[in-house]
Design a protein around this ligand. Structure first.
Ligand code: UDX
Ligand code: ADP
Length: 466
């Protein structure tokens, strides 16, 4: 089937950038991204490109180039489904907050709603592509809903997991390490569907990087990739604590082991803990699936990656309290960074949230600066934790949009995100404006110890022994 119209349900961090790149690379395909959230769609359509709901370097240019030509954002979901031969499902699949599997399993209610809507609307055969990260065997649930509630038309289900990382989404989409397409490769119709999607990507991705598998391998590969990546971060973070005790430097250790070609140098940066919408969710999901099959040792093994990550965030805030003479009550602590990594406005599962929550429990006064995150987003993140009332959060935390102002009069600064601009600040000026001794806790290991100590800071770098 030659694809002329694509619909993507879900205009979020995955759907938006992915469809923008498909539109750019496939000028003969019309791409319509739909969402139930009118505000989000309005923001995607805003003529002021700085208002796009997702900040990603390079994305605004691609949207400017394609929007209104072959890229459209709309809330008319039924029409977009009807017009398209291929429908991507790219809605959120958060961890369940209720019932069986609460706190572990993925909540598939948004996926199911999409499947039911596609079934109701579709009058012709469709290819449905799972883009959201899903537990293994979700494709069979989608197929069952489509086949049992549809209008007698044929559906092919493909799994095409997204491997883009936020902050580098556009580059990752333009030059992917691989594209994975899972489908029913035992049937002729399944093979044709797989080929239709291969043809879309072949517009810019070399053939040897397009991998086709059965649906279950594809679904499980996504969870496995994220579990391995998160495990690397937890492994180096575990060593960071040992380095601090033994006088070693985790950056030197990472460099030494990374030169072993079997280990490789990437993803070995010690940090205050990983965040993002995927790692924790996917591992919890993996743990839940393993438990469902009675594989308790497998479940326990992967759960440790999360245990270590929680420990890393808690020990960072504990260290701040301990260093500030065991009390931070009433003290001003400045956060540089709130996003879960640099070059994104996404804060989901960001380490900053947990560290802030711990310090607010100690009655610290937190002032946060992030170049891309608004004060309201910070409050929403804290409120989601439900630790204290909204009024208390608003009393104890404020955001500043000027970093120098944010640091003025602070007892301590904590670097929570590795934004490049932090490296270029006038640290002498910041030091002069702070309470003394001036403490600086570098949770990302991005600043230069010698320079800062020369200025007078009491400087702590994650994973570096005293
Ligand atoms: C991840 C996967 O990388 C991507 O393939 C998948 O599609 C979605 O999940 P993302 O969460 O956007 O992407 O960002 P990533 O770069 O993986 O970083 C995740 C977290 O780990 C961030 O908080 C980051 O700061 C942290 N991290 C990463 C480290 O602390 N150290 C590292 O060496 C690498
Ligand atoms: P991701 O990081 O996976 O892209 P986001 O939360 O950024 O997740 O985006 C998911 C989007 O999916 C949200 O904008 C949400 O409004 C949208 N969405 C959820 N359910 C539906 C649905 N049934 N129909 C259309 N859009 C939906």
């Amino acid at each position: 089937m030659k694809i002329k119209n694509i619909c993507c349900i879900g205009a979020g961090y995955v759907g938006g950038p992915t469809m923008a790149v498909i539109a750019k690379k496939c000028p003969s395909i019309n791409v319509t991204v739909v969402d139930i959230n009118q505000d989000r769609i309005d923001a995607w359509n805003d003529s002021d490109l700085s208002k796009l709901p997702v900040f990603e370097p390079g994305l605004d240019k691609i949207v400017e180039e394609t929007r209104g030509k072959n890229l459209f954002f709309s809330t008319d979901i039924d029409k977009a489904i009807n017009d398209a031969e291929m429908i991507f499902i790219s809605v959120n699949t958060p961890t369940k907050t209720y019932g069986k599997g609460k706190g572990m399993a993925a909540d598939l209610k948004y996926i199911e709603l999409c499947a039911r809507q596609i079934a109701k609307v579709a009058k012709e055969d469709k290819i449905v592509v799972e883009k959201s990260t899903l537990p293994v065997r979700t494709a069979s649930a989608i197929k069952s809903i489509l086949d049992n509630t549809g209008n007698g038309v044929q559906f092919q289900i493909l799994s095409n997991p997204e491997f883009l990382a936020e902050g580098t989404a556009v580059q990752d989409l333009l030059n992917p390490d691989r594209v994975l397409i899972g489908g029913d490769n035992a049937s002729e119709a399944g093979k044709k569907a797989i080929q239709s999607l291969v043809d879309v990507y072949a517009n810019w991705v070399p053939n040897d990087k397009i991998l086709t598998t059965n649906v279950w391998s594809s679904e499980l590969s996504k969870l496995t990739a994220n579990a391995f990546l998160a495990q690397r971060v937890s492994s180096i973070n575990a060593m960071s604590e040992l380095c601090e005790k033994t006088g070693a430097d985790v950056n030197e250790v990472a460099k030494a082991i990374g030169m072993d070609s079997r280990i490789g140098p990437k993803f070995l940066k010690a940090s205050v803990g990983f965040g993002g919408s995927c790692f924790q969710k996917d591992i919890l999901n993996l743990v839940y699936i393993a438990k469902t099959y009675g594989l308790n040792e497998v479940a326990d093994y992967w759960e440790q990656v999360i245990v270590m990550n929680d420990h890393q965030k808690n020990r960072f805030s504990d260290n701040i309290v301990k260093t500030l003479y065991n009390t931070v009550s009433g003290k001003k602590i400045t956060f540089l960074g709130w996003a879960f990594k640099k070059d994104t406005n996404d804060t989901r599962e960001s380490a900053a949230i947990k560290v802030a929550d711990n310090l607010l429990n100690e009655q610290a006064y937190v002032v946060a600066y992030d170049p891309k995150v608004s004060e309201e987003k910070m409050y929403a993140d804290l409120e989601y934790l439900n630790t204290r009332s909204s009024e208390e959060n608003r009393e104890l935390l404020t955001a500043e949009d000027n970093p120098y102002q944010a640091c003025k009069g602070a007892h301590a600064i904590a670097v929570l995100t590795e934004w490049d601009e932090f490296k270029t600040y006038d640290w002498k000026k910041i030091y002069d404006s702070m309470n003394k001794p001036a403490f600086l806790f570098d949770g990302r290991g991005i600043l230069d110890k010698n320079t800062l100590e020369k200025i007078g800071f009491v400087y702590y770098k994650i994973g570096v022994g005293a």
